[in-house]
Structure formats: C-alpha cells, structure tokens
Design a protein around this ligand. Structure first.
Ligand SMILES: *Cc1c(COP(=O)(O)O)cnc(C)c1O
Length: 356
C-alpha cells in the first residue's frame, strides 16, 4: 500500500513550508526590508526599450555573463569571482549542498532563518553561536567552535538581520585568519552601512561574500542575488548551480539597473536619512528600547508582549515583523519606509503603547 508517510524524510518532518504574510490591499508593508520606493521611471523605460524579441521564447544565458560583467564593473571585481543566484536564498542552499552536507556549519545567531532552513534541507549539522548582549558576534567562540568541530562553514551576517548590527572588518579578518573553515559573510544590507569585506577577497581563500538586489536596489520581485569568492570556490559551486537560474527578464533588468545605479543610490541616501529620523523618534517613545542599526530596518524591544503590538499595528493597517525568540524577547523589527509610512507607524505605535 502506498503511504506517503513512509516515504517522506524523517529529518524534515518538523520543517514548515515558508508562509509569507498575507497582505491585504492598502496595508503599509514594513515587514520584509524591501525598498519602499518604486524603480525610477527612467530605468523602467530603458528596460522596456531593450526587451529583445526572443526574451520569452529562448532559454537565458546560463552563466548570465552580461549581468556578471555589469556586477563586476559596479564592484571593481573580476567576473570569474561572481556567481549569480535566483535570490541569494538559492545561493545559501547551494552553499549548504556543496559544503555543508554531513558537516558542521556554525551560525552567528540570532540571525536570518534561511541559513538553518537550507542547512537542514541539505543535511548540514547547523550549530548556533550566540551573539553577545549588544548583538556583536562572539568571534572568539566562533573560532573555538569552528576548530573544535572542524566546521566546514561559518556564517555571519553583517549588517545582521534582524539586529542591524555591523561587524567591523578587523573582527571579520580575525575570524578569516583563525579558522580552516569557509567563512560566509552575508552583506545583504551593506549598501545601507558598514564597510564591505570585498577588499579581503584576494587575500583570504576561505572568504565568501553574499549580496542581493532585493534590498537596496529595490528589485526583490526579480529574484537575483550573487556571491563573491575566489575562482576555485566558484568552480565548485557551479557544479551545483541550476543551469538557467536567472531568467532573461531579470538579467536585462539587473544590467539596466546597474547602468543607472546613481538613481538607485539616491533612493538609498533617502532611506538612510529616513532611518536616522525613525530611529531617533522611536528611541524617544516610552517603553521602547532600540538597537543601533546600519541596515534599512530597526530592531526594537517593548515592555509589552510583542505579539500584541504586532497585532494592534496590523489592525491599523501596518505590517511589521515580530522577531521575538531566544535572545530577542519581545522584540520587533520595522523596515524603514517612506517618511509618510514611518510617521503613520510611529503615531500608531505610540497610541498602542499609551493604551497599555
Ligand atoms: C533578505 C535577505 C536575503 C535574501 O535575499 P534574496 O536575494 O531576496 O533571496 C539574504 N540574506 C539576508 C540576511 C536577508 O535579510
């Protein structure tokens, strides 16, 4: 008799399908760290004008060479050191499949949940090393554990999601130098603050940098991320890569957005100014503790139950993220929106806190 239960992987029984928030029309969306501004009209027009007659009918360039060339130009890096992914999420899975399976992977926590999820899918033994009270990573403990467990990969997000914490380069360099593991630095938010470890790429053969077009570039809908590493690592990862993972439209749109990147970096400047304002005002609210941030979101703690704050805000049409959990008791994360969105969030939060 066919019985699906006999066939499913026992080690994945506890895994839950990713369930995004259902967003009703009109809801102010401050939950996913997206860019609140629309892609500039000039860029949209340039994309439309360059759509080729075969964009829908032909397979895309599997290596996305034009796009890699544009990324290389943007970063001043070599295209041989870049691998594109269908979102950086796909690259996290590729890394776990390539280097994490049946090995120990260390994750500096609390952080982005996809490292654990993709690690579990790829049968990696993921261990967390807690960040310190100020959410800075415990570099000494990461080094010790990496060496004790002969970890194949150490994962550190900087600026870190959801805490906003940026790790200075001398700390990262200490980690890179002191382990025999690969070290993945997730720089999904680097355009908003902190210094990139791009300049370590030539020096450290164990460094892997992860980037995305979903956050600062405002292109989350296209699903494009990339990683940077020395060419030997890229060669290994290319064995795992889905051949046609970046579709034609995305390749064209990313190339165009990079050519017009000045327009996008104007938005980034605006978001950073909005962030600094929002942080200042949020910190002044009674019953709220904020944490320093270099990203386009703010982590804050309230003296009320986080799920109640979350629910009350949603009832007012404002969606943020409840990130409560170990080391993040009653913590919430709000994405920096437009000035108008940030003000509505602040007004409503203040009212909810007053009501008790
Ligand atoms: C949003 C996010 C990503 C995923 O980005 P995609 O490229 O959209 O898959 C990766 N890492 C961190 C830390 C993120 O917050």
């Amino acid at each position: 008799m066919f019985n699906l239960d006999n066939l499913v992987r026992a080690d994945l029984k506890s895994l839950k399908p990713y369930k995004p928030n259902v967003v009703s029309p009109g809801v102010i969306k401050l939950d996913a760290n997206e860019n609140p501004f629309d892609l500039p009209a000039e860029i949209k027009k340039a994309i439309e004008e360059n759509i080729s007659p075969t964009i829908f009918s032909r397979y895309p360039d599997p290596l996305a060479l034009n796009m890699l060339g544009e990324i290389a130009d943007y970063l001043g890096a070599s295209a041989d050191c870049i691998m594109p992914g269908n979102g950086s999420d796909e690259l996290i899975l590729d890394l776990m499949l390539c280097f994490g399976m049946n090995r120990t992977v260390l994750v500096s926590a609390p952080t982005f949940s996809m490292y654990q999820i993709h690690g579990q899918i790829a049968k990696a033994n993921c261990l967390e090393v807690n960040r310190k009270e100020d959410f800075s990573p415990d570099i000494d403990e990461l080094i010790k554990k990496a060496n004790d467990h002969k970890a194949s990969l150490v994962v550190l997000c900087s600026p870190n999601n959801p805490t906003g914490t940026y790790t200075p380069l001398d700390e990262l360099e200490k980690l890179l130098k002191s382990v025999t593991s690969l070290v993945l630095i997730d720089e999904a938010y680097i355009e908003f603050g902190g210094e990139s470890c791009l300049k370590f790429l030539d020096k450290y053969p164990n460094l892997i940098i992860l980037r995305t077009f979903s956050k600062a570039f405002g292109l989350a809908g296209l699903r494009v991320g990339y990683l940077l590493a020395q060419d030997k690592i890229i060669e290994e990862l290319l064995k795992i890569k889905q051949p046609f993972n970046i579709n034609n439209y995305s390749q064209l749109a990313i190339c165009t957005a990079l050519q017009y990147r000045d327009l996008i970096f104007k938005q980034v400047e605006k978001i950073k100014a909005n962030r600094d304002n929002l942080l200042k005002q949020l910190s002044s609210l009674k019953g709220v503790t904020t944490y320093p941030t270099e990203a386009n979101f703010i982590l804050f703690k309230t003296d009320k139950f986080a799920n109640r704050i979350f629910g009350h805000l949603l009832a007012k049409g404002i969606l943020i993220r409840n990130v409560s959990g170990p080391l993040l008791e009653n913590c919430l994360r709000v994405t920096v929106g437009t000035e108008e969105e940030n003000n509505l969030f602040l007004e409503n939060l203040e009212e909810i806190l007053k009501q008790g």
